[in-house]
Ligand binder design. Sequence first.
Ligand SMILES: Cc1cc2nc3c(=O)[nH]c(=O)nc-3n(C[C@H](O)[C@H](O)[C@H](O)COP(=O)(O)OP(=O)(O)OC[C@H]3O[C@@H](n4cnc5c(N)ncnc54)[C@H](O)[C@@H]3O)c2cc1C
Length: 380
Amino acid sequence: MSDYSSSIGIVGGGIAGLIAGCTLQEQGIKTVVFERSKSLNTDGAGISISPNGLRVLEKLKLKDHFKKTSYAPNNIVFHQNNREISNILSPNKFITSSRHNLLQHLYQKYIELGGEFLFGHEYKSLNQQELKVTFTNKKEYEVSHILACDGINSSIRDEFFPFSGSAIYSGYQAWRGIGKAKQSDAKFHFGKGKHIVSYPINNKGEVSFTAVVRNSSNTDGSWRIKGSKKELLNDFAEFDEDVFSMLNSSDEIFKWGIYVRPVLSSIYIKNITLLGDAAHPMVPFLGQGGCMALEDGYAFGMLVGAYSKDFSKTQAKYEKIRLKRKNMVQASSKTQGKIYHLDNPIVIFFRNFFLKYLPIVQMRMEKIWSYKIDEEIKNT
Ligand SMILES: Cc1cc2nc3c(=O)[nH]c(=O)nc-3n(C[C@H](O)[C@H](O)[C@H](O)COP(=O)(O)OP(=O)(O)OC[C@H]3O[C@@H](n4cnc5c(N)ncnc54)[C@H](O)[C@@H]3O)c2cc1C
Protein backbone atom coordinates (compact mmCIF):
# COMPACT_ATOMS: atom_id res chain seq x y z
CA MET A 1 0.00 0.00 0.00
CA SER A 2 1.25 3.50 -0.82
CA ASP A 3 1.08 6.14 1.88
CA TYR A 4 -0.57 9.28 0.52
CA SER A 5 -2.20 10.09 3.85
CA SER A 6 -1.26 13.76 3.53
CA SER A 7 -2.82 14.04 0.03
CA ILE A 8 -6.43 14.40 -1.03
CA GLY A 9 -7.32 11.53 -3.38
CA ILE A 10 -9.26 12.63 -6.46
CA VAL A 11 -10.98 9.82 -8.37
CA GLY A 12 -11.50 10.92 -12.00
CA GLY A 13 -9.28 13.26 -14.01
CA GLY A 14 -11.97 15.12 -15.98
CA ILE A 15 -12.91 18.78 -15.61
CA ALA A 16 -14.06 18.56 -11.97
CA GLY A 17 -11.08 16.48 -10.81
CA LEU A 18 -8.47 18.61 -12.54
CA ILE A 19 -9.83 21.99 -11.44
CA ALA A 20 -10.17 20.78 -7.84
CA GLY A 21 -6.58 19.52 -8.07
CA CYS A 22 -5.29 22.84 -9.47
CA THR A 23 -7.13 24.92 -6.83
CA LEU A 24 -5.83 22.75 -3.99
CA GLN A 25 -2.26 22.53 -5.29
CA GLU A 26 -2.14 26.30 -5.73
CA GLN A 27 -2.79 26.66 -2.00
CA GLY A 28 -0.03 24.18 -1.16
CA ILE A 29 -2.46 21.31 -0.43
CA LYS A 30 -1.20 18.02 -1.84
CA THR A 31 -3.40 15.95 -4.16
CA VAL A 32 -3.26 12.83 -6.29
CA VAL A 33 -5.59 12.19 -9.24
CA PHE A 34 -6.53 8.59 -10.12
CA GLU A 35 -7.79 8.35 -13.71
CA ARG A 36 -8.97 5.10 -15.28
CA SER A 37 -8.01 6.02 -18.87
CA LYS A 38 -4.52 5.55 -20.23
CA SER A 39 -4.40 9.12 -21.63
CA LEU A 40 -6.46 12.32 -21.62
CA ASN A 41 -9.90 12.00 -23.20
CA THR A 42 -9.76 12.86 -26.91
CA ASP A 43 -13.41 12.42 -27.91
CA GLY A 44 -14.28 14.59 -30.89
CA ALA A 45 -16.56 17.03 -29.16
CA GLY A 46 -16.72 20.73 -28.44
CA ILE A 47 -17.46 22.61 -25.24
CA SER A 48 -18.55 26.17 -24.54
CA ILE A 49 -17.49 27.82 -21.33
CA SER A 50 -19.65 30.72 -20.20
CA PRO A 51 -18.55 33.68 -18.00
CA ASN A 52 -19.28 31.87 -14.71
CA GLY A 53 -16.87 29.07 -15.70
CA LEU A 54 -14.37 31.50 -17.24
CA ARG A 55 -14.14 33.34 -13.90
CA VAL A 56 -12.77 30.13 -12.39
CA LEU A 57 -10.23 29.73 -15.21
CA GLU A 58 -9.20 33.37 -14.72
CA LYS A 59 -8.64 32.86 -10.98
CA LEU A 60 -6.21 30.05 -11.82
CA LYS A 61 -4.56 32.11 -14.59
CA LEU A 62 -5.74 29.65 -17.21
CA LYS A 63 -8.17 31.78 -19.17
CA ASP A 64 -5.76 33.65 -21.47
CA HIS A 65 -3.95 30.52 -22.65
CA PHE A 66 -7.21 28.68 -23.13
CA LYS A 67 -8.64 31.57 -25.13
CA LYS A 68 -5.61 31.73 -27.45
CA THR A 69 -6.18 28.15 -28.59
CA SER A 70 -9.96 28.42 -28.73
CA TYR A 71 -12.60 30.82 -30.14
CA ALA A 72 -14.85 33.57 -28.77
CA PRO A 73 -17.99 34.04 -30.91
CA ASN A 74 -19.49 37.53 -31.04
CA ASN A 75 -23.03 36.52 -31.84
CA ILE A 76 -25.51 33.81 -31.03
CA VAL A 77 -27.84 33.40 -34.01
CA PHE A 78 -31.11 31.46 -33.80
CA HIS A 79 -32.75 29.89 -36.86
CA GLN A 80 -36.04 28.11 -37.41
CA ASN A 81 -34.97 25.42 -39.87
CA ASN A 82 -33.05 27.65 -42.27
CA ARG A 83 -34.50 31.11 -41.54
CA GLU A 84 -32.86 33.49 -39.05
CA ILE A 85 -35.16 34.41 -36.16
CA SER A 86 -32.93 36.45 -33.89
CA ASN A 87 -29.36 37.46 -33.28
CA ILE A 88 -27.95 38.13 -29.83
CA LEU A 89 -24.80 40.19 -29.61
CA SER A 90 -22.56 38.57 -27.04
CA PRO A 91 -19.05 39.84 -27.76
CA ASN A 92 -16.32 37.72 -26.24
CA LYS A 93 -18.56 36.60 -23.44
CA PHE A 94 -18.02 32.90 -23.77
CA ILE A 95 -15.25 30.71 -25.14
CA THR A 96 -15.79 27.73 -27.40
CA SER A 97 -13.19 25.00 -27.76
CA SER A 98 -12.68 21.27 -27.97
CA ARG A 99 -13.00 19.31 -24.73
CA HIS A 100 -9.56 17.88 -25.35
CA ASN A 101 -8.03 21.38 -25.51
CA LEU A 102 -9.66 22.36 -22.21
CA LEU A 103 -8.50 19.15 -20.52
CA GLN A 104 -4.97 19.62 -21.81
CA HIS A 105 -4.75 23.13 -20.33
CA LEU A 106 -6.10 21.94 -16.98
CA TYR A 107 -3.76 18.94 -16.96
CA GLN A 108 -0.65 21.01 -17.79
CA LYS A 109 -1.48 23.52 -15.07
CA TYR A 110 -2.06 20.75 -12.55
CA ILE A 111 1.33 19.17 -13.33
CA GLU A 112 3.07 22.58 -13.20
CA LEU A 113 1.59 23.08 -9.74
CA GLY A 114 3.22 19.83 -8.62
CA GLY A 115 0.08 17.65 -8.72
CA GLU A 116 0.40 13.90 -9.14
CA PHE A 117 -1.72 12.29 -11.88
CA LEU A 118 -1.92 8.52 -12.21
CA PHE A 119 -3.39 7.13 -15.44
CA GLY A 120 -4.63 3.53 -15.65
CA HIS A 121 -6.20 3.64 -12.18
CA GLU A 122 -9.79 2.45 -12.28
CA TYR A 123 -11.56 2.74 -8.94
CA LYS A 124 -12.48 -0.60 -7.38
CA SER A 125 -13.26 -0.14 -3.72
CA LEU A 126 -12.83 2.12 -0.73
CA ASN A 127 -12.49 1.50 2.98
CA GLN A 128 -14.35 4.62 4.09
CA GLN A 129 -13.16 4.63 7.71
CA GLU A 130 -9.47 3.99 6.99
CA LEU A 131 -9.50 5.98 3.73
CA LYS A 132 -7.78 3.23 1.79
CA VAL A 133 -8.71 3.21 -1.88
CA THR A 134 -8.08 0.26 -4.20
CA PHE A 135 -7.96 0.13 -8.00
CA THR A 136 -8.56 -2.65 -10.50
CA ASN A 137 -4.79 -2.71 -11.16
CA LYS A 138 -4.56 -4.04 -7.55
CA LYS A 139 -2.78 -0.92 -6.25
CA GLU A 140 -3.89 0.54 -2.93
CA TYR A 141 -3.40 4.04 -1.50
CA GLU A 142 -4.15 5.68 1.82
CA VAL A 143 -5.38 9.28 1.38
CA SER A 144 -6.75 12.08 3.61
CA HIS A 145 -10.11 12.59 1.86
CA ILE A 146 -11.85 11.32 -1.29
CA LEU A 147 -13.19 13.58 -4.00
CA ALA A 148 -15.48 11.59 -6.28
CA CYS A 149 -15.08 13.24 -9.69
CA ASP A 150 -15.82 10.08 -11.67
CA GLY A 151 -18.62 11.47 -13.81
CA ILE A 152 -22.29 10.61 -14.30
CA ASN A 153 -21.74 6.86 -13.78
CA SER A 154 -19.87 7.46 -10.54
CA SER A 155 -19.15 4.12 -8.85
CA ILE A 156 -18.45 5.95 -5.60
CA ARG A 157 -21.88 7.61 -5.68
CA ASP A 158 -23.50 4.22 -6.38
CA GLU A 159 -21.71 2.57 -3.51
CA PHE A 160 -21.88 5.18 -0.75
CA PHE A 161 -24.95 7.32 -1.42
CA PRO A 162 -27.85 4.92 -0.71
CA PHE A 163 -30.71 6.77 -2.41
CA SER A 164 -28.71 8.07 -5.34
CA GLY A 165 -30.68 6.23 -8.06
CA SER A 166 -29.18 4.95 -11.27
CA ALA A 167 -28.78 6.91 -14.50
CA ILE A 168 -31.98 7.30 -16.51
CA TYR A 169 -32.20 7.93 -20.27
CA SER A 170 -33.48 11.51 -20.72
CA GLY A 171 -35.33 10.93 -24.00
CA TYR A 172 -32.73 12.82 -26.05
CA GLN A 173 -29.99 11.55 -28.35
CA ALA A 174 -27.10 13.80 -29.36
CA TRP A 175 -24.89 13.49 -32.43
CA ARG A 176 -21.56 15.20 -31.92
CA GLY A 177 -18.65 15.83 -34.19
CA ILE A 178 -16.18 18.42 -35.42
CA GLY A 179 -16.54 19.54 -39.05
CA LYS A 180 -15.17 22.27 -41.29
CA ALA A 181 -17.07 25.46 -42.13
CA LYS A 182 -16.67 29.18 -42.67
CA GLN A 183 -18.51 30.18 -39.53
CA SER A 184 -17.89 32.92 -37.02
CA ASP A 185 -21.05 32.82 -34.88
CA ALA A 186 -22.54 30.34 -32.48
CA LYS A 187 -25.65 29.07 -34.25
CA PHE A 188 -28.83 27.35 -33.17
CA HIS A 189 -31.05 25.68 -35.78
CA PHE A 190 -34.44 24.55 -34.52
CA GLY A 191 -36.55 21.91 -36.25
CA LYS A 192 -39.57 19.91 -35.12
CA GLY A 193 -38.50 18.06 -31.97
CA LYS A 194 -34.82 18.54 -32.82
CA HIS A 195 -32.11 21.18 -32.85
CA ILE A 196 -28.50 21.69 -33.88
CA VAL A 197 -26.03 23.92 -32.09
CA SER A 198 -22.70 24.70 -33.74
CA TYR A 199 -19.75 26.98 -33.05
CA PRO A 200 -16.13 27.44 -34.17
CA ILE A 201 -13.63 25.91 -31.74
CA ASN A 202 -10.52 27.69 -33.03
CA ASN A 203 -9.31 29.98 -35.81
CA LYS A 204 -8.54 27.06 -38.14
CA GLY A 205 -12.08 26.65 -39.47
CA GLU A 206 -13.02 23.76 -37.21
CA VAL A 207 -16.63 23.82 -36.05
CA SER A 208 -18.17 21.68 -33.35
CA PHE A 209 -21.75 20.57 -33.72
CA THR A 210 -24.23 18.88 -31.43
CA ALA A 211 -27.38 17.72 -33.19
CA VAL A 212 -30.05 16.62 -30.74
CA VAL A 213 -33.19 14.69 -31.49
CA ARG A 214 -35.94 13.52 -29.18
CA ASN A 215 -36.21 9.78 -29.27
CA SER A 216 -38.35 7.92 -26.77
CA SER A 217 -36.00 4.94 -26.59
CA ASN A 218 -32.24 4.98 -26.74
CA THR A 219 -32.31 2.03 -29.13
CA ASP A 220 -28.64 1.25 -28.75
CA GLY A 221 -28.90 1.36 -24.96
CA SER A 222 -25.46 2.91 -24.91
CA TRP A 223 -23.81 6.11 -23.78
CA ARG A 224 -21.64 6.82 -26.77
CA ILE A 225 -21.18 4.90 -30.00
CA LYS A 226 -19.65 5.71 -33.36
CA GLY A 227 -22.52 6.90 -35.56
CA SER A 228 -23.07 6.74 -39.30
CA LYS A 229 -23.30 9.95 -41.34
CA LYS A 230 -26.20 8.50 -43.29
CA GLU A 231 -28.27 8.08 -40.14
CA LEU A 232 -27.34 11.57 -38.93
CA LEU A 233 -28.20 13.22 -42.25
CA ASN A 234 -31.51 11.33 -42.34
CA ASP A 235 -32.43 12.54 -38.87
CA PHE A 236 -31.74 16.16 -39.86
CA ALA A 237 -32.89 16.10 -43.49
CA GLU A 238 -34.98 19.28 -43.17
CA PHE A 239 -31.97 21.51 -42.50
CA ASP A 240 -30.21 23.43 -45.28
CA GLU A 241 -27.09 22.85 -47.41
CA ASP A 242 -24.68 24.79 -45.17
CA VAL A 243 -25.63 22.80 -42.11
CA PHE A 244 -25.45 19.61 -44.11
CA SER A 245 -21.99 20.21 -45.51
CA MET A 246 -20.67 21.04 -42.06
CA LEU A 247 -22.13 17.83 -40.59
CA ASN A 248 -20.89 15.89 -43.58
CA SER A 249 -17.33 17.21 -43.30
CA SER A 250 -16.82 15.68 -39.86
CA ASP A 251 -14.32 12.79 -39.87
CA GLU A 252 -15.91 11.01 -36.94
CA ILE A 253 -19.40 11.27 -35.55
CA PHE A 254 -20.49 9.96 -32.19
CA LYS A 255 -23.99 9.36 -31.01
CA TRP A 256 -24.60 9.88 -27.31
CA GLY A 257 -27.60 8.84 -25.26
CA ILE A 258 -28.20 11.71 -22.84
CA TYR A 259 -28.73 10.46 -19.30
CA VAL A 260 -29.63 12.09 -16.01
CA ARG A 261 -29.73 11.00 -12.38
CA PRO A 262 -32.13 11.92 -9.59
CA VAL A 263 -31.26 15.05 -7.60
CA LEU A 264 -29.45 14.25 -4.34
CA SER A 265 -30.44 15.85 -1.05
CA SER A 266 -26.81 15.74 0.12
CA ILE A 267 -23.56 15.59 -1.84
CA TYR A 268 -21.20 14.46 0.90
CA ILE A 269 -20.78 11.88 3.60
CA LYS A 270 -17.93 11.24 6.03
CA ASN A 271 -14.60 11.44 4.16
CA ILE A 272 -16.22 11.56 0.68
CA THR A 273 -17.41 14.55 -1.39
CA LEU A 274 -19.08 14.45 -4.82
CA LEU A 275 -18.14 16.98 -7.52
CA GLY A 276 -19.19 17.67 -11.12
CA ASP A 277 -21.38 15.14 -12.95
CA ALA A 278 -20.98 12.65 -10.09
CA ALA A 279 -22.94 15.10 -7.94
CA HIS A 280 -25.35 16.66 -10.42
CA PRO A 281 -25.45 15.50 -14.05
CA MET A 282 -27.75 17.61 -16.20
CA VAL A 283 -29.10 17.68 -19.73
CA PRO A 284 -26.71 19.81 -21.83
CA PHE A 285 -29.14 22.42 -23.20
CA LEU A 286 -27.62 25.38 -21.38
CA GLY A 287 -24.04 24.16 -21.82
CA GLN A 288 -23.51 24.24 -18.05
CA GLY A 289 -22.38 20.76 -16.89
CA GLY A 290 -18.68 21.53 -17.40
CA CYS A 291 -19.10 25.02 -15.93
CA MET A 292 -20.71 23.51 -12.83
CA ALA A 293 -17.74 21.13 -12.58
CA LEU A 294 -15.41 24.16 -12.69
CA GLU A 295 -17.39 25.99 -9.99
CA ASP A 296 -17.52 22.85 -7.80
CA GLY A 297 -13.80 22.11 -8.01
CA TYR A 298 -12.84 25.72 -7.31
CA ALA A 299 -15.31 26.05 -4.41
CA PHE A 300 -14.18 22.84 -2.71
CA GLY A 301 -10.49 23.69 -3.19
CA MET A 302 -10.81 27.22 -1.80
CA LEU A 303 -12.85 26.07 1.19
CA VAL A 304 -10.28 23.41 2.17
CA GLY A 305 -7.71 26.24 2.30
CA ALA A 306 -10.04 28.61 4.16
CA TYR A 307 -10.85 25.98 6.81
CA SER A 308 -7.23 24.80 7.13
CA LYS A 309 -8.08 21.27 5.96
CA ASP A 310 -10.98 20.79 8.35
CA PHE A 311 -12.98 18.56 5.99
CA SER A 312 -16.20 18.50 8.06
CA LYS A 313 -16.48 22.29 7.95
CA THR A 314 -15.44 22.35 4.29
CA GLN A 315 -18.07 19.80 3.28
CA ALA A 316 -20.90 21.55 5.12
CA LYS A 317 -20.11 24.90 3.51
CA TYR A 318 -19.49 23.35 0.08
CA GLU A 319 -22.91 21.75 0.15
CA LYS A 320 -24.58 24.95 1.33
CA ILE A 321 -23.06 26.88 -1.55
CA ARG A 322 -23.38 24.31 -4.32
CA LEU A 323 -26.66 22.48 -3.82
CA LYS A 324 -28.98 25.45 -4.33
CA ARG A 325 -27.07 26.67 -7.37
CA LYS A 326 -26.88 23.27 -9.02
CA ASN A 327 -30.53 22.46 -8.47
CA MET A 328 -31.48 25.75 -10.13
CA VAL A 329 -29.21 25.19 -13.16
CA GLN A 330 -30.27 21.56 -13.48
CA ALA A 331 -33.97 22.53 -13.54
CA SER A 332 -33.35 25.39 -16.02
CA SER A 333 -31.46 23.04 -18.36
CA LYS A 334 -34.41 20.66 -18.40
CA THR A 335 -36.82 23.48 -19.25
CA GLN A 336 -34.49 24.70 -22.00
CA GLY A 337 -34.60 21.23 -23.56
CA LYS A 338 -38.39 21.46 -23.79
CA ILE A 339 -38.18 24.92 -25.35
CA TYR A 340 -35.67 23.74 -28.00
CA HIS A 341 -37.63 20.63 -28.92
CA LEU A 342 -41.16 21.91 -29.41
CA ASP A 343 -43.16 20.36 -32.23
CA ASN A 344 -46.54 22.12 -32.04
CA PRO A 345 -46.47 24.83 -34.78
CA ILE A 346 -48.49 27.34 -32.71
CA VAL A 347 -46.23 27.00 -29.68
CA ILE A 348 -43.19 27.19 -32.00
CA PHE A 349 -44.57 30.46 -33.41
CA PHE A 350 -44.80 31.96 -29.90
CA ARG A 351 -41.34 30.72 -28.93
CA ASN A 352 -39.84 32.33 -32.01
CA PHE A 353 -41.81 35.53 -31.44
CA PHE A 354 -40.46 35.79 -27.87
CA LEU A 355 -36.94 35.01 -29.09
CA LYS A 356 -37.17 37.80 -31.64
CA TYR A 357 -38.85 40.55 -29.65
CA LEU A 358 -38.18 39.94 -25.96
CA PRO A 359 -34.82 39.55 -24.21
CA ILE A 360 -35.93 36.42 -22.33
CA VAL A 361 -33.05 34.27 -23.53
CA GLN A 362 -30.50 36.87 -22.48
CA MET A 363 -32.19 37.24 -19.09
CA ARG A 364 -32.18 33.49 -18.46
CA MET A 365 -28.54 33.20 -19.49
CA GLU A 366 -27.43 36.28 -17.53
CA LYS A 367 -28.90 34.84 -14.35
CA ILE A 368 -26.58 31.85 -14.69
CA TRP A 369 -23.61 33.59 -16.31
CA SER A 370 -23.33 36.50 -13.84
CA TYR A 371 -22.72 34.16 -10.88
CA LYS A 372 -19.41 34.81 -9.10
CA ILE A 373 -18.31 31.75 -7.16
CA ASP A 374 -15.53 33.62 -5.29
CA GLU A 375 -18.03 36.20 -3.96
CA GLU A 376 -20.40 33.45 -2.93
CA ILE A 377 -17.59 31.75 -0.98
CA LYS A 378 -16.78 35.04 0.82
CA ASN A 379 -20.37 36.04 1.55
CA THR A 380 -22.12 32.80 2.53
C1 LIG B 1 -23.94 16.51 -25.72
C2 LIG B 1 -23.26 17.22 -24.57
C3 LIG B 1 -22.83 18.55 -24.73
C4 LIG B 1 -22.25 19.25 -23.65
N1 LIG B 1 -21.86 20.55 -23.83
C5 LIG B 1 -21.37 21.25 -22.77
C6 LIG B 1 -20.97 22.62 -22.92
O1 LIG B 1 -21.00 23.19 -24.03
N2 LIG B 1 -20.53 23.30 -21.83
C7 LIG B 1 -20.45 22.71 -20.58
O2 LIG B 1 -20.05 23.38 -19.61
N3 LIG B 1 -20.80 21.40 -20.42
C8 LIG B 1 -21.25 20.66 -21.47
N4 LIG B 1 -21.59 19.34 -21.31
C9 LIG B 1 -21.47 18.72 -19.98
C10 LIG B 1 -20.03 18.36 -19.62
O3 LIG B 1 -19.43 17.62 -20.64
C11 LIG B 1 -19.98 17.56 -18.32
O4 LIG B 1 -20.86 18.12 -17.39
C12 LIG B 1 -18.56 17.56 -17.75
O5 LIG B 1 -17.71 16.85 -18.60
C13 LIG B 1 -18.53 16.98 -16.35
O6 LIG B 1 -17.20 16.92 -15.91
P1 LIG B 1 -16.76 15.85 -14.81
O7 LIG B 1 -15.32 16.07 -14.59
O8 LIG B 1 -17.69 15.92 -13.64
O9 LIG B 1 -17.06 14.42 -15.47
P2 LIG B 1 -16.37 13.74 -16.73
O10 LIG B 1 -16.03 14.74 -17.75
O11 LIG B 1 -17.29 12.62 -17.13
O12 LIG B 1 -15.02 13.13 -16.17
C14 LIG B 1 -15.02 12.00 -15.33
C15 LIG B 1 -13.62 11.41 -15.35
O13 LIG B 1 -13.60 10.31 -14.43
C16 LIG B 1 -12.99 9.18 -15.05
N5 LIG B 1 -13.58 8.00 -14.41
C17 LIG B 1 -14.85 7.52 -14.53
N6 LIG B 1 -15.00 6.40 -13.78
C18 LIG B 1 -13.81 6.17 -13.18
C19 LIG B 1 -13.35 5.17 -12.28
N7 LIG B 1 -14.16 4.16 -11.90
N8 LIG B 1 -12.07 5.23 -11.83
C20 LIG B 1 -11.24 6.25 -12.24
N9 LIG B 1 -11.63 7.22 -13.11
C21 LIG B 1 -12.89 7.19 -13.56
C22 LIG B 1 -13.37 9.32 -16.53
O14 LIG B 1 -12.49 8.58 -17.35
C23 LIG B 1 -13.24 10.82 -16.73
O15 LIG B 1 -11.94 11.21 -17.06
C24 LIG B 1 -22.12 18.61 -22.38
C25 LIG B 1 -22.50 17.27 -22.24
C26 LIG B 1 -23.06 16.58 -23.31
C27 LIG B 1 -23.48 15.13 -23.13
